[in-house]
Design a protein. Structure first.
Length: 227
């Protein structure tokens, strides 16, 4: 690994860990508030990244994304959630489903606000801090938008399961065992097929990246970071 690649990794390590750790901790805490202590008993109501790290999704995949200059993607170890025994299962599923993306948006807002304080940093640390916060903003929002896609086991899919009427809800819930494979096929396999036939079939850009960039512009406008 050359020096340039190593430097690029150093400005992505903290944003990736913060985004994925805080997201899963928020989901575990929301489930706890709803009466499900499964995540808490598994040690997931914590901001310590170690219990949340998935070696492939949290370390390997983001590192490959940085080093190959492709789109950055990743996931943490999923928080176990069991809401069958709670009184308001559908309502609580909505709250838990919104907790992760909500935390991601909050992290982006915090990063935007912290950007305004960087003028007080020593010059030697300024560039590194700017890159970290900028990466935190966009990665958090990419993960938020991606997880709101309406396909289980993503948060958007579980939200749809909770909100749709029963026949549609059950049919969508039945996709959960293969849902992630469908997502990975859309994100990775279809673009590869497009490359082979010389067609742009990259659905990640219109479905995730462009909405995330639009949301970033909106948050910058609202919270004073500049459009």
């Amino acid at each position: 690994m050359n020096l340039e690649a190593l430097q690029e990794l150093t400005v992505w390590i903290l944003p990736v860990l913060f985004t994925l750790t805080m997201r899963e901790a928020a989901r575990a805490y929301a489930a706890k508030l709803c009466g499900d202590r499964t995540g808490e008993m598994a040690g997931r109501v914590t901001f310590n990244p170690l219990p949340h790290i998935d070696p492939v999704g949290t370390l390997l995949v983001p590192a490959l994304g940085v080093l190959t200059h492709s789109f950055l993607f990743g996931w943490a170890k999923p928080v176990p959630v069991e809401l069958r025994g709670v009184r308001h299962a559908r309502r609580d599923m909505v709250l838990v489903s919104l907790a992760g993306p909500g935390m991601n948006v909050l992290l982006a807002i915090i990063a935007i606000l912290l950007m305004r304080l960087l003028q007080f940093l020593p010059h030697v640390a300024l560039d590194w801090a700017v890159q970290n916060l900028g990466n935190l903003e966009i990665f958090s929002l990419v993960i938020a938008v991606f997880n709101m896609l309406p396909l289980p086991p993503l948060d958007g899919g579980r939200l749809a399961v909770a909100l749709l009427p029963n026949p549609l809800s059950r049919q969508l819930a039945e996709l959960e065992p293969i849902g992630m494979w469908i997502v990975l096929g859309v994100v990775f396999i279809i673009p590869m097929i497009g490359d082979a036939i010389h067609r742009d079939l990259n659905l990640f850009r219109p479905l995730v990246l462009e909405p995330a960039l639009w949301l970033l512009s909106l948050l910058n406008l609202v919270f004073g970071g500049g459009a």
